[in-house]
Design a protein around this ligand. Structure first.
Ligand code: PXP
Length: 251
């Protein structure tokens, strides 16, 4: 059974838009767990644009399923992770100007540095995953560094799906799917766990979820986006009720 990692960063994005206390990512994690999430994923970015340090500390205490901390491979983040001890970290590249993670981590160009990072994470008992593009050289490099898992960047597949017909049987979309599939086979052959994620939606997730040997999917934006609508009706009804009650009491 594939495990679902629910990325709740954008709950914090909404809160940070007003620098207020709601919506609370901790409450979102609890709801995600009730919905069947197997993993809670959060990205503590260098610029703290959504998740804050206190969020990840509270999540580490209160989440009773696996916590996956996405982070850049910087000294600051490795220190936070080794103190916090989430069950898993996913190393991602990070650019200050990017809206979201734009490409996979270039593991091949920094094998020695990442080897040390993975060792530090392992010493703290943390599973280490690398978020990489579907390229054999990145998979080989991840193995050399000692990563336990590779998360294949599904952005190119999702982009092709959106742009080129929105039907996974179409050849150009199949071609992107095949790249993820082949990468997955190489990861498994190398003895690592095959994970995938990024830009997956309710429309495009199934061909990826059908790939053999896939262990985890990490999905965020689309789930938070849908939650706005599955909850909107109730939220408005609750506000109307309060207004009606107050109006009927008068002042
Ligand atoms: N996996 C990784 C490594 C990511 O950086 C992100 C985005 O934070 C996701 C998965 C989830 O992507 P999305 O929000 O597009 O579902």
């Amino acid at each position: 059974m594939i495990q679902l990692g629910v990325n709740i960063d954008h709950v914090a994005t909404i809160r940070q838009a007003r620098r207020t206390f709601e919506p609370d990512p901790i409450a979102a994690a609890a709801q995600a767990q009730l919905g069947g999430a197997d993993i809670i994923t959060v990205h503590l970015r260098e610029d703290r644009r959504h998740m804050q340090d206190r969020d990840v500390h509270q999540l580490a205490e209160q989440v009773h399923i696996k916590l996956n901390l996405e982070m850049a491979a910087t000294d600051e983040m490795v220190k936070i992770a080794t103190d916090l001890k989430p069950q898993m970290t996913t190393l991602v590249p990070e650019g200050r100007q990017e809206i979201t993670t734009e490409g996979g981590l270039d593991v091949a160009s920094q094998i020695n540095r990442l080897k040390d990072t993975v060792s530090e994470l392992h010493e703290a008992g943390i599973v280490a995953s690398a978020f990489i593009d579907a390229e054999p050289k990145q998979i080989r490099a991840a193995k050399q560094c000692g990563f336990d898992a590779c998360e294949i960047h599904t952005g190119p597949y999702a982009h092709a799906f959106w742009e080129l017909g929105r039907d996974a049987s179409l050849p150009k979309i199949q071609a992107e799917l095949q790249k993820v599939k082949q990468a997955g086979q190489l990861i498994i052959q190398a003895g690592m766990s095959f994970n995938a994620g990024h830009a997956l939606t309710y429309a495009n997730v199934q061909p990826i979820a059908a790939l053999e040997g896939l262990k985890e999917l990490h999905i965020g934006h689309s789930i938070v986006a849908r939650a706005v609508f599955t909850g909107m009706r109730q939220a408005v009804e609750d506000m109307k009720r309060l207004i009606r009650e107050a109006a009927s009491l008068g002042s």
